[in-house]
Design a protein around this ligand. Structure first.
Ligand SMILES: [Zn+2]
Length: 203
């Protein structure tokens, strides 16, 4: 999504969080974990760069890999609800979708929610907000899972990152073989350009 698209979406969904407002720093987030091949690499690189990230975890994967989830929390990162089954909000009826959000919440607690695929109908949005969640989207998308993504293409994309952006990567089966290189490239570039990273402002 480019900035104009995000500005339009933002006016349509004012209660969704797209940016870290009034901030010089960028926030790094990961979706779809924990994953045994991807998450340990991600955690190692975050530790090396001393970055606190947000992991939007899928409930069933947290149940499957509880030790990895504990490691995420122990190493100081925030976690957020990404549903239990990773449903597409536009293709799933509200009742089923909300049951998946609640089931994920029964596995671990968080006030943060990110809809899989960024897709959430208005009615479901209201229901999730009324449960007390902050809905966090992103302003910069890595396309790290895309089969055609390369280090060269990513290097071009990361030049567009600026203060206040919320970045999204994925720790899942599709990215396991490359997320280490992508994340290292991105975080090194931020250091080079003197753009700090910062935890998500959740107030
Ligand atoms: Zn996802």
């Amino acid at each position: 999504m480019n900035r104009v698209t995000i500005r339009i979406l933002r006016s349509l969904f004012p209660k969704w969080i797209w940016f870290n407002d009034h901030s010089e720093g960028v926030t790094v987030t990961f979706d779809d974990g924990p994953h045994p091949d991807a998450t340990p690499i991600v955690l190692e690189i975050l530790k090396k760069h001393q970055v606190q990230a947000v992991f939007f975890c899928v409930g069933k994967s947290v149940e499957k890999y509880p030790a990895l989830f504990q490691q995420i929390v122990r190493e100081g990162h925030l976690v957020g609800n990404h549903t239990y089954h990773h449903e597409n909000g536009w293709l799933t009826d509200a009742q089923t979708y909300l049951a998946s959000v609640d089931r994920c919440a029964s596995v671990f607690e968080s006030r943060l929610f990110r809809p899989p695929y960024g897709k959430l109908p208005g009615f479901t949005t209201q229901k999730i907000l009324s449960r007390g969640y902050k809905i966090v989207l992103w302003s910069w998308f890595s396309y790290d899972f895309h089969p055609k993504m390369t280090l060269k293409k990513l290097n071009k994309r990361i030049q567009n990152i600026s203060g206040g952006d919320i970045l999204v990567f994925h720790d899942n089966a599709k990215t396991a073989g490359k997320i280490g290189d992508y994340l290292e490239l991105t975080l090194s570039n931020l250091v080079l350009r003197k753009i700090p990273t910062q935890p998500l402002n959740t107030t």
